[in-house]
Ligand binder design. Structure first.
Ligand code: DC
Length: 225
């Protein structure tokens, strides 16, 4: 069977990370959440008390990112996600992180059937050659409600209006930047999850993956034996 390549993109809070984790498990793929790279740059800058408008500082932080930097639990903080989208427009930062992502895709373990990357520009820029591209989206109101629930579960106090405003501001930054803005690839399956539960999302995505890689499920069974 050919080496699998799946590209997942979408705005913040659409559920692309959850979907990517499930697909990685089902098809036995190596998964990279590429948002963590941008978050790791932002975290380094916070730790170094850097100015987020300082491009050179962002480039320095991006050039020092190693796989181990993606493990910090602080990366998941809402504030770090928002700061990540502030340094994401710098072309030099994107170029450095692009190298990391392509290396990951190239040097994946031979025990896996392939790779799955999720982010904003995977289908259009990072892995345009991926036969299987999925763009996961949902209305900003639904995404804000999901985010709010996650924040409350973590014991973080927030109100719906503020969460919705954050989501809209992040969307605007991710969609309007000049370099690699968030947009679906022409050949992507568009999955609007506003009205769907996670099981339905997984089922629709698997149907699409199976149409691109008809042997993949059989292979995943054998490789996990
Ligand atoms: O998916 P996330 O929330 O972890 O991403 C955080 C920010 O990182 C996002 O708002 C923009 C940036 N990002 C990007 O520009 N390109 C990617 N492939 C992934 C994330």
């Amino acid at each position: 069977m050919s080496f699998m390549m799946i590209a997942i993109d979408g705005p913040a809070g659409a559920g692309k990370g959850t979907l990517a984790r499930h697909l990685a498990h089902i098809y036995h793929l190596n998964h990279l959440d590429t948002g963590l790279l941008y978050r790791a740059v932002a975290l380094k800058m916070v730790e170094g008390s850097e100015d987020f408008a300082d491009k050179e500082a962002a480039i320095r932080a991006a050039s020092s990112i190693r796989a181990v930097d993606l493990k910090s639990s602080s990366l998941r903080d809402e504030a770090i996600g928002n700061l990540a989208s502030e340094i994401a427009p710098f072309p030099e930062v994107r170029a450095l992180l692009l190298n990391f992502q392509r290396d990951f895709a190239k040097h994946t373990s031979s025990r896996k059937q392939g790779v799955i990357l999720d982010g904003r520009d995977i289908g259009v820029v990072v892995l345009p050659e991926a036969p299987c591209k999925i763009y996961v989206t949902a209305s900003s109101e639904v995404r804000a409600k999901r985010r709010l629930k996650e924040l409350h579960q973590k014991g973080i106090d927030s109100i719906y209006e503020a969460t919705l405003a954050d989501i809209k501001a992040r969307d605007a930054r991710d969609r309007r930047r000049k370099v690699s803005p968030l947009r679906p690839a022409k050949d992507a399956l568009i999955l609007d999850t506003s009205e769907l539960g996670i099981d339905d999302v997984i089922e629709k995505a698997c149907h699409f993956v199976d149409s691109k890689y008809p042997e993949a499920r059989k292979g995943a069974l054998h490789s996990s034996e």
